[in-house]
Write a protein of this length. Structure first.
Length: 141
């Protein structure tokens, strides 16, 4: 179980670092958003769906372009990306670390029922990274 806990901690550290290295948020998606380009407003970055940063009222630029404006999948992709801005990732990492800490308390409690629940919960936390090279199916409780 120690290896599983260490694996989850390492992945959370990587997620935190990636969020801190990313363009600060808030990230937003607004299909009607325009951005200022020199002396001219360019609607939808010349016909492209995009995720902006700086918030909808203080828009400063684009994080990414997801495709042609008005294309359903491009709009869905932009909305999804905007929902996962760095601040949300950092909140998620904090919550998962607290959950992992509680798992450790349960594992060390001496109560077999609580330890079993804690081990299963730690396993569930690890599932998020099942495609990682260091993930080990043998950790399953």
């Amino acid at each position: 179980m120690d290896e599983l806990i260490a694996f989850v901690r390492a992945r959370l550290d990587e997620d935190e670092q990636a969020a801190r290295d990313a363009t600060p948020g808030p990230w937003s998606y607004d299909p009607g958003n325009e951005w200022y380009d020199g002396d001219d407003f360019v609607t939808m970055t010349n016909g492209q769906e995009f995720v902006g940063y700086g918030g909808t009222s203080a828009f400063r630029g684009a994080i990414c372009i997801t495709g042609e404006a008005g294309h359903t999948q491009s709009a869905r992709d932009a909305d999804y990306i905007a929902r996962h801005d760095p601040a949300r990732t950092l909140r998620d990492v904090r919550a998962r670390r607290r959950t992992l800490d509680r798992c450790l308390e349960g594992l060390r409690s001496g109560d077999p029922g609580l330890a079993g629940f804690a081990g299963a919960t730690a396993w569930e936390l690890a599932q998020r990274w099942e495609d990682h090279d260091d993930f080990d199916e043998g950790w399953r409780p």
